[in-house]
Design a protein around this ligand. Structure first.
Ligand SMILES: N[C@@H](CCC(=O)N[C@@H](CSC=O)C(=O)NCC(=O)O)C(=O)O
Length: 277
């Protein structure tokens, strides 16, 4: 195991830690951050995963959202992965919405992406094992949270593992990747032209299955990417037809930024805490 602690900072009584490790699954060096609450009472600690959006690393959420105050207050650990495999030997694209920084939390099947772009398995398996080893008194209870591309990632990872993740929440998520420009570009590049194969990675398709975890979504009305990339119509229709528990909220006047996320983060933490008891 090549796990190396490269940064540790006290924040609100807990520890914000940054690690690097060699990922066997992604075949490259990866960085992630994890927040460990103080747990003064040595109680079981649940885990919330945060999946970030296009162009992000583990730093965006760690440095811009102020989540540490809430994680300490609610006594939850928070795991913050990177958004794609990284490195000079890893396939990339000049555009901000493809390649490094834009892994879409799926397992690519097309070349030259398939060798490294396996963010779904990385999170659901390899990084999960590492997270568990780093959380003293881990309760075994987990949930998913994310933003934009990462909001969709949270929905997909959470719904594909519906017995494991107790709740999912998302800020301004992509909801129907097979129908919107960001998703059409990423799915055709990473998964090829067979649209049947896309369904396994599309939240609007996965929500059709019974027994999904409860979902909370907050969407700003002044979001520069809404509705072009973030349209909710098809997802909500499928959710309703299949009796999924989805709370979809519009936030008047808010955009796509971390100012928006920071404003509604407490509501999302409270939602998760309720389901992680
Ligand atoms: N025009 C931007 C586009 C990138 C961007 O806005 N990324 C968002 C997520 S969008 C959906 O996944 C983001 O979270 N950015 C980081 C931040 O700290 O705000 C560009 O070219 O960079």
């Amino acid at each position: 195991m090549s796990l190396k602690l490269i940064e540790k900072r006290r924040s609100f009584g807990g520890e914000q830690c940054k690690y690097t490790h060699y990922s066997e699954l992604l075949q490259c060096e990866m960085t992630f951050s994890i927040y460990l609450p103080s747990n003064k009472e040595k109680k079981p600690i649940p885990l919330i995963w945060w999946l970030s959006g296009l162009t992000c690393t583990d730093d965006n959420f760690s440095q811009k959202s102020g989540f540490q105050r809430l994680a300490e207050e609610y006594q939850v650990a928070v795991m913050i992965p990177d958004t794609s495999p990284r490195g000079e030997h890893v396939a990339d694209d000049e555009a901000y919405d493809l390649g490094q920084g834009a892994g879409f939390y799926l397992n690519a099947t097309q070349e030259p992406w398939a060798k490294h772009y396996k963010m779904y398995s990385y999170i659901a398996e390899e990084l999960s094992a590492i997270a568990k080893s780093l959380i003293p008194h881990f309760s075994g209870k987990e949930s998913m949270m994310g933003h934009s591309m990462g909001g969709h990632g949270a929905l997909v990872v959470g719904m594909k593992n519906k017995e494991r993740f107790r709740a999912i929440s998302a800020f301004a998520p992509i909801l129907s990747p097979s129908k919107i420009p960001w998703g059409l570009k990423a799915f055709s590049t990473y998964l090829g032209d067979d649209k049947e194969a896309w369904k396994a990675w599309d939240a609007s398709e996965l929500i059709k299955e019974a027994g999904m975890p409860p979902i909370l979504i907050t969407q700003g009305t002044e979001d520069e990417f809404y509705p072009k990339h973030l349209d909710e119509t098809y997802f909500l229709k499928n959710a309703q037809e299949n009796n999924a528990v989805v709370q979809y909220e519009k936030a008047e006047g808010y955009d796509h930024s971390y100012f928006f996320i920071a404003t509604f983060l407490e509501e999302h933490f409270a939602f998760h805490k309720n389901h992680l008891r």
